[in-house]
Design a protein around this ligand. Sequence first.
Ligand code: COA
Length: 274
Amino acid sequence: MTLYECFAADLLCDRTVLVTGGGSGINLAIAKAFATVGANVGICGRTAERLELAAQELRGLGAEVCATVADVRDPEALENAVSRTVQQLGGLDTVVAGAAGNFLAPVEKISSNGFRTVLAIDLQGAFHTAQASFQQLKDRRGSILFVSAPQAHLPFDSQAHVGAAKAGVESLMRSLAIEWGPYGIRSNSIVPGPIDGTEGLRRVSEQVGLDTWTASTALGRCGTLEEVAAVAVALSCPLGGFITGARIDVDGGLALCGSGLFNRARSGARAPLL
Ligand code: COA
């Protein structure tokens, strides 16, 4: 049994979702989960080829799909992605702000532009996504979901830029819950822990190894793409109807265990302890 069989196959039939960064990784998994429960799916991202492959997969699941090349740092490109999606698929019920950029680098080795780049993709991109979809979400009493990261609330070595950006995303999520609640718009975030098969996990496992990550969760394992995507669907359907301003950790207990193992392994790999 797949996780999605927990949901009715027509759960989100006639609903439309737009997923930023939906061409790959966790965001594509979320897009596929929405397709599996009957939603029309808009995706946007920076790479046309990647988006086209993702769109083919989504169509294979029976979804109507609209793929738009858009960098979330460009507000006009995002507005275009929203209006194309609405024209082709109908008004937006859910927006998933998933686009993110990351690299491992200690603070003293990040240039001003490097720091700004991650803030621009993760935080400003989330802001642009919210702003571009506001009218749609207001018209449909929809919901916005941010894909955050453990770095938002735990300090990880060589991830200061990501932590700052994702903490900002969490704050934006809560502000929107307050500001847009009166319009019936819900705003939440999910925080995936180490998830098998993702570019993000591959990057943060370099030098420290995968075992460091599994040992950092209470469940002693990595999560699956399905386990994250199913929560995104649950939050976006009537099951989540009274949930807003919430951060949902889908991390096997990483938030409880902390970042200490990773930090010791990582700092040990790059510099001797004092
Ligand atoms: N260490 C330090 N600085 C880095 C870096 C690294 N590993 N990677 C990028 N930067 C800096 C660059 O040096 C540049 O700053 P500079 O102009 O002062 O030299 C700045 O970040 C912008 O990099 P650039 O590659 O020109 O920007 P971009 O917009 O094309 O891509 C990222 C930015 C973050 C998306 C890019 O690093 C990337 O492709 N990451 C991998 C994909 C990814 O993040 N996937 C998500 C996984 S969660």
